[in-house]
Design a protein around this ligand. Structure first.
Ligand SMILES: C[S@@+](CC[C@H](N)C(=O)[O-])C[C@H]1O[C@@H](n2cnc3c(N)ncnc32)[C@H](O)[C@@H]1O
Length: 466
């Protein structure tokens, strides 16, 4: 770091400044400028005028926490519905009215896509949700055991901390989850289910995971522990399912990793089945305990319709659904296409996709287990898809995947579904760099109300060579 840069910073560590906040940042903070220097203020809101204390200094920006809100703009601030919002790290934007959350997501995306010099009207206005509450169909809670009582603490971590918030009610999740979590809390001492303590290598339970089919009301409980051995697992499963008939199964997943990856490779079904069904219009999807599925089902349906509109497959075209998870996009497009092919690295998701294809009597779908970067070359050689759908994880696509697509003259359309605008912009720059593809349309969809996260569907078309 050069001295000149440091000298140009107009503030110092722990200094308290008066600051006007203009907009939200792509994280848990809001942005203000102090003598043109960017200050990111935890839990700020546009229109706030605050006293803020500097907590972190970086060459190009600082972070600060609010000491006092001097004035605020009531259009941009409301009382968060969740009583734990101030401490819990689960949501970031609950102090903004929902309409303003959407406005700020649009603004953030406008800034992100600026780099691409898009034509006017390419970037559409975000599609919001009808009901921004109780939408999450999945929860993965870390746990702790309270020493004195043996009861479990279940919830998300506090902001910037390893302390767990014991969540009794979370307003963004399916309402059933609170009730099941409460039962597990109650039953844990009886069946000697003790949270794993990584430091002392004692206990067993690492995460308590629940998922539900929003349109089927089938729920699944998965306990993630450090071994296969949980003494009273059967008795526990019997009691918890007796209390909650929505549970179609109880699973035990074994994770011996020291990383923060939640699931290990092995899942045992203790009771019932190891999967739920979800209904998406006329299609039924099998979703196993550890498979990926979009967390907001009603919004996922809107997303699928946009993917369909941008890809518009015809009955003589092949669609590649790269990063296909349990085959949601591939199977949704199957009846419009000659053939759909999915690639996915998680074997369980591939099994789910094949199961769902059979269940829905879809015969023109094929699913390949492996990493996209390793499988795509052969796939292009053997099947020559005209349409490619990319729906990678937050890290985006590997450069060689994009380069491989660019080499395929047969690919007429690319639909890129992304939950991370930063990696999306990076990847779109690669796809449009040599002017082989043009970004025709970008449709943001709000899959994650009350968080800063935002999903985008991008339609690209090959530029015809004259
Ligand atoms: C954002 S999800 C999309 C899933 C699916 N398209 C859907 O909408 O349900 C990304 C998926 O990519 C998978 N994945 C991550 N990296 C991968 C890779 N390098 N190759 C293949 N699949 C990968 C993940 O397991 C996950 O299922």
């Amino acid at each position: 770091m050069s001295k000149t840069t440091l000298q140009s910073i107009p503030i110092s560590q722990d200094e308290i400044i008066d600051l006007k906040i203009d907009s939200m940042a792509y994280d848990n903070s809001a942005i203000g400028r102090y003598k043109d220097f960017v200050i990111m203020v935890d839990r700020g809101a546009p229109g706030d005028y605050v006293k803020a204390s500097i907590t972190t200094l970086r060459p190009n920006y600082a972070r600060a926490k609010i000491v006092e809100i001097i004035t605020s703009d009531s259009e941009y601030r409301e009382e968060p519905k969740c009583k734990l919002f101030k401490v819990c790290g689960g949501c970031q934007w609950q102090h903004l009215p929902y309409e303003k959350q959407l406005e700020q997501k649009d603004l953030l995306l406008k800034k992100s896509f600026n780099k691409l010099n898009l034509n006017d009207n390419v970037l559409k206005t975000i599609i919001g949700v009808e009901n921004p509450w109780n939408y999450r169909n999945k929860v993965q809670y870390p746990v702790r055991t309270i020493k004195d009582t043996g009861r479990l603490k279940v919830g998300y971590f506090e902001w910037h901390s390893n302390e767990l918030v014991n969540i009794k009610h979370c307003p963004i999740q399916n309402t059933l989850f609170d009730r099941i979590v409460d039962t597990v809390r109650e039953l844990a001492p009886k069946y000697r289910i003790i949270a794993y303590d990584g430091k002392n290598k004692t206990g067993w339970l690492r995460h308590l995971c629940l998922r539900i089919g929003t349109f089927t009301n089938e729920a699944l409980l998965t306990l993630v522990g450090v071994s296969e051995n949980l003494s009273y697992s059967q008795e526990f499963a019997n009691e918890v399912t007796r209390n909650h008939p929505e549970l179609v199964g109880v699973c035990l997943n074994v994770n011996t990793n020291t990383t923060n990856v939640i699931y290990g490779p092995k899942t045992k079904v203790i009771k019932g089945r190891g999967y739920i069904f979800e209904q998406i219009q006329d299609l039924k999807f099998k979703i196993s305990a550890t498979s990926f599925f979009q967390v907001n089902t009603p919004q996922a349906i809107k997303l699928l319709d946009i993917v369909k509109e941008y890809s518009k497959p015809s009955l003589n075209e092949t669609v590649l659904d790269a990063y296909c998870g349990g085959g949601l996009i591939a199977l949704y497009l199957a009846k419009m296409a000659k053939r759909v092919i999915g690639i996915e690295e998680i074997k369980q998701s591939i099994d789910d996709a094949n199961f769902s294809a059979k269940e829905n009597n879809i015969q023109n779908a094929m699913f390949i287990n492996g990493k996209v970067e390793n499988k795509i070359d052969d796939l292009f050689k053997n099947y020559k898809p005209e349409i490619v759908v990319l729906d990678p994880p937050r890290a985006g696509c590997m450069k060689r995947v994009l380069e491989n697509i660019l080499e395929q003259l047969a690919v007429k359309k690319i639909v890129y579904v992304s939950c991370n605008p930063n990696t999306l912009v990076r990847d779109l720059e690669i796809l449009t760099n040599e002017k082989q593809y043009e970004v025709k349309s970008i449709q943001p969809i709000d899959m994650f109300p009350h968080s800063y996260h935002v999903e985008c569907v991008v339609g690209l078309e090959r530029i015809a060579v004259s």
